[in-house]
Design a protein around this ligand. Structure first.
Ligand SMILES: Cc1cc2nc3c(=O)[nH]c(=O)nc-3n(C[C@H](O)[C@H](O)[C@H](O)COP(=O)(O)O)c2cc1C
Length: 153
């Protein structure tokens, strides 16, 4: 059976953590909070996920730094994120860093997350109730597709 670890940071409203938890409810995965732990030996894992809220167009610095510090060469990697409005550009820098370590990029799943940054706070925030149950289930399905793809190889 594949061993999976997901390294995450979810500091704004715990939105991204909800995606990670949804996966953890159905599958045996290890979680590492990059805001609390910056080093780990990841060599034993077959699948390595990085999960984050989006901060001015990028994954949180703690998650990207964790990747730079710890991702072993030639691992299978995937990305999860929550944001104000989905864009594949948000993983650009992470993909680049992972690529430098010869990672096989399996894919990414992004959805909206509750956001009270700046002026949004005044009107009660945007994307209230996101990630929704559908979006959380979407993250689980995404992960299961990765498992399935791995089995077929
Ligand atoms: C300081 C700050 C900057 C943000 N920048 C972006 C951004 O550039 N693009 C975007 O779509 N969302 C942006 N957001 C929204 C968050 O990415 C979104 O609320 C996310 O779900 C937070 O995830 P978390 O609760 O897991 O930390 C920003 C939020 C904050 C507080």
């Amino acid at each position: 059976m594949e061993k999976t670890v997901i390294i995450y940071a979810s500091t704004h409203h715990g939105n991204t953590k909800k995606l990670v938890e949804a996966i953890a409810e159905k599958h045996d995965i290890v979680q590492i909070d990059a805001t609390k732990q910056q080093y780990a030996d990841l060599t034993e894992y077959d699948l390595i996920g990085f999960a984050s809220g989006i901060d001015f167009g990028n994954f949180y610095g703690s998650v990207e730094q964790f990747l730079c510090n710890n991702l072993p060469e030639n691992k299978r990697v995937f990305f999860l994120y929550t944001c104000a409005k989905v864009s594949s550009r948000f993983t650009e820098s992470m993909r680049e860093e992972a690529g430098r370590k010869g990672a096989v990029l399996l894919g990414e799943y992004g959805c909206r997350g509750y956001n009270t940054y700046g002026p949004w706070k005044v009107i009660g925030g945007m994307n209230k109730n996101h990630p929704t149950e559908d979006e959380r289930n979407g993250a689980v399905r995404f992960y299961e597709t990765l498992l399935e793809t791995k089995r077929l190889r």
